[in-house]
Design a protein around this ligand. Structure first.
Ligand code: SF4
Length: 218
């Protein structure tokens, strides 16, 4: 039995997309949510264009399955809010589908986001939501996600960690690893500079060097 991690007194609701960001890199999540740094790179631009097609609230029935696009979601129990790109209803059982650019991959970051959507749908419709999917636009294929107790526990722990991160208003240290080249906030994060041990000395030396160059020209 998963307990509530949200105190109703605390009105900070967490966006479902923060689950993916936090799972990818807690620093990225903190920069985007706390400092409102929203970078763009080729991946985010492609993602925005792809989502434009699924970003209007539309309900339709296709081959006996009720499809609701851009469906608003919330959970009071977990203090979550956001939107599902698509929720398919098989009889009365919701099946959330998140659209992503790129080819099929086995990332937990996306699974965490869809699992968060499932937690919302279970509360909204008072039913079990055992399955969902990520749809990869480039390869036009689905990866089905099973919402196992293990995945649910990971996501609930993640929600608590995000809440703690926001409450303390802290920004985690820069990782400077394989995630950084693809990260949309890399330009603001400056992972290469900030991960160096003598970063402040280098930073001041760089400023001083620039000042001297400017002075030399005048
Ligand atoms: S650039 Fe790297 S360390 Fe900085 S937020 Fe992105 S993934 Fe995290």
């Amino acid at each position: 039995m998963i307990q509530s991690v949200f105190d109703e007194q605390d009105d900070e609701r967490i966006q479902l997309s923060a689950l993916e960001q936090f799972s990818y890199c807690p620093r990225q999540c903190a920069l985007q949510r706390q400092d409102e740094i929203y970078g763009e790179n080729i991946y985010t631009i492609k993602g925005t264009l792809a989502h434009e097609r699924v970003d209007s609230l539309i309900a339709e029935t296709c081959r006996g399955v009720r499809n609701v696009h851009a469906m608003p979601l919330f959970s009071r129990q977990f203090g979550l809010t956001g939107k599902a790109d698509l929720v398919e209803f098989y009889d009365t059982t919701p099946y959330p589908v998140e659209y992503k650019i790129g080819k099929k991959r086995n990332w937990i970051h996306e699974a965490a986001q869809v699992c968060g959507q499932a937690l919302c749908l279970e509360e909204m419709f008072q039913c079990d939501v055992p399955l969902g999917a990520v749809y990869y636009i480039s390869s036009r294929c689905r990866r089905e996600i099973r919402f196992t107790p293990e995945l649910r526990n990971i996501v609930v722990a993640m929600i608590q960690e995000i809440r703690t991160l926001f409450a303390h208003d802290t920004i985690p240290n820069a990782a400077n690893d394989a995630r950084c080249p693809c990260c949309s906030v890399a330009e603001s994060c400056l992972p290469e500079i900030l991960s160096r041990k003598n970063r402040s000395v280098e930073y001041i030396a760089a400023i001083y060097a620039n000042t001297v160059q400017v002075d030399d020209k005048t």
